[in-house]
Ligand binder design. Structure first.
Ligand code: MRU
Length: 350
């Protein structure tokens, strides 16, 4: 199954509503660009590569009623600003906009759909390559630690749910599983949106050994030699290798450095923002404080519901991402290979 696809010749975009997982697998349909923007804002679709492809499909829906140049520009700007940190969204909208420039009517609609579909396929192909590159690395680490499954810690969800398919950080885990390399994953819970539950769910569904841990358990595990490698995804990587990912990633990188555990970031090139020389320029999304005051789960009747865990008047600050400095990153697992932070610049498009 993929996270996003189309029906009705591209007039309908279907996606898994991730706000209901892991309790309920519900497919929703967007027939307008506004509905797809809302899905990105509400995090019904989430994860940098999936946000990018959703933005591309939103752009394809935005041209369906043949808007004027000014109106189309307004729509594309609204799509690009639905969430600020994952650069894949702006990257996708820019690419769509360049592809559509100079076209009109049916030709523009046809091109928009085929470009969005191409971007979805490219995402799948990039993630498969990331998985193969990661598996080579993980095999070597596993051979150095014979007699037990390789212990991998990940933060947030960078699995197939965060992409069109396969995932970034988890693509290597799936590849290891397919290659018979024994692995076990520690999945950080990832407060406040609990994306770690998505990681636990998708790995368990695939039969990969996985254990949920509270975010704060990472240091404990690393100190006790229970983690061989940390692999996370990224939402935006600056040209110097500073990498933004889900809030809490930086603390895992610090603990990994202190414990001598390698720390890898797995991401496609669409996540690298070569226009930023360092991570301090990455915009960090500030999510509503209400996400800290409430928690989502299932009640006894089985329906998904929200429970208040802090009084309404509690002041809460909720940055969605943090930036891990390049010096804490052992390497970037990309579709082009495993690169040192200092090697990224060599790949800057001319
Ligand atoms: O806020 P989210 O759930 O969209 O954040 C997702 C992450 O931070 C992921 O780790 C990142 O996008 C990498 S996804 C392959």
């Amino acid at each position: 199954m993929r996270t996003i696809w189309t029906e009705d010749g591209g007039n309908s975009v279907l996606y898994i509503d991730q706000t209901l997982l892991p309790y309920e697998l519900r497919i929703r349909t967007a027939r307008s660009w506004e509905r797809l923007v809302q899905a990105i804002e509400r995090m019904e679709v989430r994860g940098a590569p999936l946000i990018g492809v959703s933005g591309a499909w939103a752009a394809a829906l935005a041209v369906a009623d043949d808007p004027s140049g000014d109106e189309l520009r307004r729509r594309l700007e609204a799509i690009a600003s639905a969430r600020p940190t994952a650069v894949n969204l702006q990257w996708a909208v820019k690419r769509m906009s360049a592809r559509l420039s100079g076209l009109e009517g049916q030709e523009r609609i046809r091109c928009a759909r085929s470009e969005a579909a191409r971007m979805a396929e490219e995402d799948v192909a990039a993630n498969r390559s990331i998985g193969r590159n990661a598996a080579r690395l993980l095999r070597a680490l596993s051979e150095a630690r014979p007699g037990r499954p390789l212990q991998i810690l990940t933060h947030c969800n960078a699995g197939w749910l965060a992409t069109v398919d396969y995932g970034t950080a988890l693509s290597g885990v799936y590849q290891c599983s397919a290659d018979g390399i024994p692995v076990h994953v520690w999945a950080d819970e990832t407060r406040p949106r609990l994306q770690g539950l998505l990681t636990e769910w998708e790995l368990r569904m695939a039969g990969v050994p996985v254990t949920l841990v509270a975010d704060n358990a990472g240091g404990y595990l690393m100190q006790r030699d229970l983690v061989d490698v940390v692999i996370v995804g990224a939402d935006r990587i600056a040209a110097n290798g500073d990498a933004a990912n889900k809030i809490g990633t930086y603390l895992k990188a610090l603990a990994a450095r202190e414990s001598g555990v390698p720390f890898y970031v797995a991401a496609p090139f669409s996540t690298i923002d070569f226009s930023l020389s360092r991570g301090s320029g990455i915009p960090i999304e500030k999510r509503p404080g209400g996400e800290l005051r409430e928690i989502r789960g299932v009640c006894r009747s089985g329906s998904v519901s929200t429970l208040r865990i802090a009084p309404q008047q509690t002041d809460a600050f909720n940055p969605g991402f943090d930036v891990t400095p390049a010096e804490l990153v052992t390497g970037f697992i990309t579709e082009k290979g495993v690169l040192l932070p200092s090697e990224l610049l060599k790949w800057r498009p001319q």
